[in-house]
Ligand binder design. Structure first.
Ligand SMILES: NC(=O)c1ccc[n+]([C@@H]2O[C@H](COP(=O)([O-])OP(=O)(O)OC[C@H]3O[C@@H](n4cnc5c(N)ncnc54)[C@H](OP(=O)(O)O)[C@@H]3O)[C@@H](O)[C@H]2O)c1
Length: 230
């Protein structure tokens, strides 16, 4: 039985690279995207591997959309081995004098709350040994405090704490939950100057997912599998 994976934000960037890498590793993949009918690369992959890849519409800022996605995956699968909350947004140019509450709320909705509601609605598919990887960022590290992006950095710091709590609650079930920094990656978000390719990041994230044990639950890792400062 192949490992079964669901991820969000699968249509571009790191998410698309995770789909490509997971296909080569033989996973059964449920790839979540806001508008899968417009996702050309995903569509082409799904057409070439219809038994291995199913596209699932999901907007992680909309609870009804999340529930519909969970229902759709449950129609095909009775368990998930890996759940990757990858979708994210990164507003730029924030300063105290232009800080906008709607931008902050939207960022928290996608980056912090979305992964929690996705995990809540997919919980019936998680079993002992299932792994939840919440894709955070080094910019969410309070210890490192690497930049002043108010909404993004604080949304990822919140995701880090939410994941700690989630790991604690799910520990008795044997479900493992971690946050993972994917590296600074060449995507629309990371920009062309980033040193890491999406493919290399995706390989690291799947390597991490495959080697996680219950003792790792609640921890903050890099895409290379090292512990990251909180
Ligand atoms: N790239 C980096 O250097 C870097 C570094 C640290 C952490 N990260 C994190 O890694 C993850 C992936 O980043 P990336 O670089 O691949 O970003 P990206 O290229 O900008 O892609 C972002 C993805 O998130 C999806 N998304 C945004 N809002 C969504 C929503 N409401 N519902 C569902 N999907 C939504 C996008 O879908 P649409 O196409 O529909 O917008 C897209 O698939 C993010 O969580 C990001 O914070 C990235």
């Amino acid at each position: 039985m192949p490992s079964q994976l669901f991820l969000t934000g699968a249509n571009r960037g790191i998410g698309l690279a995770i789909v490509q890498e997971a296909l080569t590793r033989g996973y059964r993949i449920f790839a979540g995207a806001r508008r899968p009918h417009q996702a050309r690369e995903l569509q082409a992959l799904a057409q070439s591997r219809p038994d291995q890849l199913t596209l699932i519409p999901i907007d992680v800022s909309d609870d009804d959309s999340i529930q519909a996605a969970a229902d759709q995956v449950r129609a095909h699968a009775d368990r998930l081995d890996v759940l990757i909350n990858n979708a994210g947004v990164f507003p730029r140019g924030e300063r105290l004098d232009n800080l906008d509450s709607q931008t902050m709320l939207r960022t928290y909705r996608v980056n912090s709350i979305g992964p929690m509601i996705v995990t809540q609605r997919f919980h019936p598919l998680l079993q002992a040994g299932s792994k939840v990887l919440n894709i955070t960022s080094q910019l969410g590290s309070i210890t490192l405090h690497m930049s002043n992006h108010y909404s993004y950095n604080s949304s990822k710091a919140a995701l880090n704490m939410l994941t700690r709590i989630l790991a604690s609650e799910l520990r008795p079930e044997g479900v493992i939950a971690v946050v993972a920094h994917p590296g600074w990656v060449q995507t629309d978000m990371g920009g062309p100057a980033a040193p890491i390719s999406p493919a290399a990041s995706a390989r690291g994230i799947l390597n991490l997912a495959e080697r996680l044990t219950p003792a790792d639950s609640g921890e903050f890792f890099t895409w290379e599998g090292k512990k990251h400062p909180w």
